[in-house]
Each structure stands twice: as structure tokens, then as C-alpha cells.
Ligand binder design. Structure first.
Ligand code: IMP
Ligand code: MG
Length: 182
């Protein structure tokens, strides 16, 4: 799989030490508050597992499954909630976890949906944020790393459902993307 990468952006050790910092910030912020973490599947799975094990607070964990990509590298613009029942968020402090902030459409839609359910507060935490103009503005309260506008895989992030199990994050070779989509 490593041959499919143009280059590695963040090694596992780099990711984990950044998570130490993020977890410390989050733990400080939510001490004494009833926290519910809502992780957006599937991309945030590794991130969620490693981050939450660094947060020594009582918390509830729930999941949301959405789809917007349909196997391509650009968002289709439509965010589909693949779930019938939404998590219980009323009167709770919600922290949304997602893998990456790209166009902003996914997180904006999720935030809107959860906001309507009457939470006490909502914050957003993403592992990666692309430096680009977003289609919808999203305030991420916690960001692991800012990256250029390139397509990345690994550590939960996929291209056509592959590469999620790479322990590090890298930029996928452009020729492979072109071939798969062509
Ligand atoms: P947005 O709605 O465009 O912000 O896209 C968010 C979702 O698109 C993320 O949760 C990812 O699943 C996917 N995505 C966006 N950029 C990348 C990338 O570079 N690699 C892998 N998945 C990505
Ligand atoms: Mg995703």
C-alpha cells in the first residue's frame, strides 16, 4: 500500500503525540461537564479510538453514519444520513469527531441536524483540516493538523474504501486516482 502513496505526511508517532496535546486540551475544557462524543463513521474510527483513550473523563460515545462521496475524490454535495435513529443529544455537551474537514458540507449538515435536537453545546474536533475555500463554513474547535488541498489516505481515511488500515497518513498518488476514476 505504501507504494501507492506520493509521500507520507504524518507518521504514527507524530499523530499520537499530537493526540496527546488535543486530548489534554479537551480534558481541560470538559472537566466536570457531561460529555457526549459523537464520532462520524467510518473515517474517524482510528482517530476516535486513539483520542478517547487519552481523555480520562466520564463520557458517552455515539456514532453517526453519513455518506457524501460515493467513491470519488470530490464531494457530491449531498449529505445522506445512513441512520434511522439519531443519538440522544438533548441537554448534553456534544463533541463531534470527524476525520477531515474538506468542503465543510458534511460537518455543516451534521451540526445543523444535531443543533435541532437541543444540545447544551456543540463543538467540532477534526484530525485534519484542508486549507481551502469551503462550500460551507464550519468552525472546528479542535484541529489535529492543517494540510494542503491534496487527497490523503490512511489512519481511517479511505479512497474507494481502501487504505483505512494504514497506520500513518499520506498523499495518494494522483495517477492512481486518475486511473481509478477514469
Ligand atoms: P466534506 O463534506 O467535503 O468536508 O468532506 C468530509 C468527508 O469527505 C470526510 O469525512 C472524508 O470522509 C471525505 N474526505 C474529504 N477529503 C478527503 C481526503 O483527502 N481523503 C479521504 N477522504 C476525504
Ligand atoms: Mg468520512
Amino acid at each position: 500500500m505504501q507504494d501507492d502513496l506520493d509521500r507520507i505526511l504524518f507518521h504514527e508517532t507524530t499523530i499520537l503525540s499530537r493526540l496527546d496535546q488535543l486530548a489534554a486540551e479537551i480534558s481541560k475544557e470538559y472537566r466536570g461537564r457531561e460529555l457526549t462524543v459523537i464520532a462520524v463513521l467510518t473515517g474517524s474510527l482510528m482517530f476516535m479510538a486513539d483520542l478517547l483513550r487519552r481523555i480520562p473523563l466520564p463520557l458517552k460515545l455515539d456514532f453517526l453514519a453519513v455518506a457524501s462521496y460515493h467513491g470519488k475524490t470530490e464531494t457530491s454535495g449531498e449529505v445522506i444520513f445512513k441512520q434511522v435513529a439519531l443519538p440522544d443529544v438533548k441537554d448534553r455537551h456534544i463533541l463531534i469527531l470527524d476525520d477531515i474537514l474538506d468542503s465543510g458540507l458534511t460537518l455543516a449538515a451534521i451540526r445543523e441536524k444535531l443543533e435541532a435536537l437541543g444540545p447544551r453545546s456543540i463543538r467540532v474536533c477534526v484530525l485534519l483540516s484542508k486549507k481551502k475555500r469551503r462550500q460551507r463554513h464550519v468552525d472546528a474547535d479542535y484541529i489535529g493538523f492543517e494540510i494542503e488541498d491534496e487527497f490523503v489516505v490512511g489512519y481511517g481515511l479511505d479512497f474507494m474504501e481502501q487504505y483505512r488500515n494504514l497506520p500513518y497518513i499520506g498523499v495518494l498518488r494522483k495517477d492512481l486516482i486518475a486511473k481509478a476514476l477514469g
